[in-house]
Design a protein around this ligand. Structure first.
Ligand SMILES: Cc1ncc(COP(=O)(O)O)c(C=O)c1O
Length: 394
């Protein structure tokens, strides 16, 4: 029996794949340092955790509204207003099973099969696959500036076509940690407006900004806000990756279309998770900010330690919690057939028990992505193991 064509064209998630290998090794008793997955290691704040128990006790266990529990959508609107200067009403918010589904919902709502979707390189590994699942074609925009990897209108101009429907803009970016400033963000918004494109602004790492705060493209003008679908969620900022709460904020017409898509896919995310999200947004701001400070320190430790590794360079990240490290100098020291970064990361995992993600997952095969999601001592140990491995290749 034949499987659907799309199972051939859509790749599995590299990040989930490598992380599963790491977990498997851990279950065999190995001391694996998992620096692969984009999952903060802190716990959901107590008050927010309790909201799930309370929701169960109150029997809030039935189907609820497709776009999400109203109180959560109100809390999201307040957050967007106070933190991002954005005015949305609850009917413009759709809560989904993580930001991942929010992205899929959005593409299903705004593009047709055959349409093209612009993706700046390096891109989050799931974007091209979600685009393909929706019948679209990912089109890659490679920035001229390969120091900061910031895409500009001139870079986008080279690849935009009649078929382009939407740009997926990830700020701060996974994997590069790039944070665009207000002027750069404004230029991206104006480009989309001029070309008649939708703009999906994935702001899931907005809390993880270590130099300047993140500026939402939707805040640049009412016209840009109208074409923008802001995607955000609580997986990273509240460390509730497994609870699956993401959302879109958009104009009412798009929100209604997104909600219609979701009504036939998942109805809505778990009501218990939504109540955890509600209490996290309403009552746990201080705890969340304190966790971000821990990440700020880890970033410094990482950058300092990385400077001691032989023959590598890296993109200095201003945000998110990843570093893209260029291992290109080791190309002739590693045997590979196909992808260099896959072979490199496999050897690093097998020989040093440190899990990092091959850069090919993000469109840059000379690189690997290291997530600083463990405590400082463990991070240092991870880099020391990699350093030893690299020195053994010389
Ligand atoms: C850029 C980006 N967008 C979206 C997501 C999806 O997050 P969620 O867990 O909310 O589905 C991730 C997760 O790694 C991500 O890195």
């Amino acid at each position: 029996m034949k499987l659907a064509e799309r199972t051939q064209h859509v790749a599995g998630s590299f990040t989930i794949g490598i992380s599963m290998m790491a977990r498997e090794m851990m279950s065999q008793g190995k001391d694996v340092l998992n620096l692969s997955v984009g999952e903060p290691d802190f716990k959901v704040p107590e008050r927010a955790k309790h909201a799930a128990v309370q929701a169960l006790e109150l029997d809030l266990t039935k189907y609820d509204k497709v776009p999400g529990v109203l109180e959560l959508r109100e809390a999201i609107c307040d957050k967007l207003k106070t933190e991002n200067g954005l005015d949305y009403t609850p009917d413009q918010i759709v809560v989904s099973n993580g930001a991942k589904q929010a992205i899929m919902n959005t593409l299903l709502a705004v593009m047709d099969p055959g349409d093209e979707v612009l993706l700046p390189v390096p891109y989050w590994t799931s974007y091209p696959e979600i685009v393909k699942l929706c019948g679209g074609t990912p089109v890659y925009a490679v920035p001229v500036d390969t120091v900061n990897y910031k895409v500009t209108p001139a870079d986008l101009e080279k690849v935009v076509s009649e078929k382009t429907r939407i740009l997926i803009f990830n700020n701060p970016s996974n994997p590069a940690g790039t944070v665009y400033n207000e002027e750069e963000v404004r230029a991206i918004g104006e480009f989309c407006l001029e070309k008649g494109l939708w703009l999906l602004s994935d702001e899931i790492y907005e809390k993880f900004c270590f130099v300047d705060p993140c500026f939402s493209v939707a805040a640049t003008s009412p016209e840009v806000k109208d074409i923008t679908i802001v995607v955000n969620g609580l997986s990273k900022s509240v460390a509730m990756t497994g609870l699956r709460v993401g959302y879109t904020a958009s104009n009412t017409k798009i929100a209604t279309a997104i909600s219609k898509m979701q009504s036939h896919l998942t109805s809505h995310t778990s009501t218990l998770s939504q109540w955890v999200g509600h209490d996290a947004l309403r009552y746990c701001g201080e705890e969340i900010d304190a966790q971000i400070d821990i990440y700020r320190r880890r970033r410094e430790v990482m950058l300092k330690k990385l400077k001691t590794l032989p023959d590598i360079t890296f993109l200095e990240p201003d945000g998110a919690f990843y570093v893209m490290v260029d291992f290109g100098a080791y190309r002739d020291k590693i045997e590979y057939n196909g992808s260099f970064s896959v072979a490199l990361c496999r050897r690093i995992l097998e020989e040093t028990e440190v899990a990092i993600v091959p850069g090919i997952a993000f469109g840059l095969d000379n690189y690997a992505r290291i997530a600083y999601v463990l405590e400082e001592k463990r991070l240092e140990e991870g880099l020391e193991r990699i350093e030893k491995f690299l020195r053994s290749l010389k």
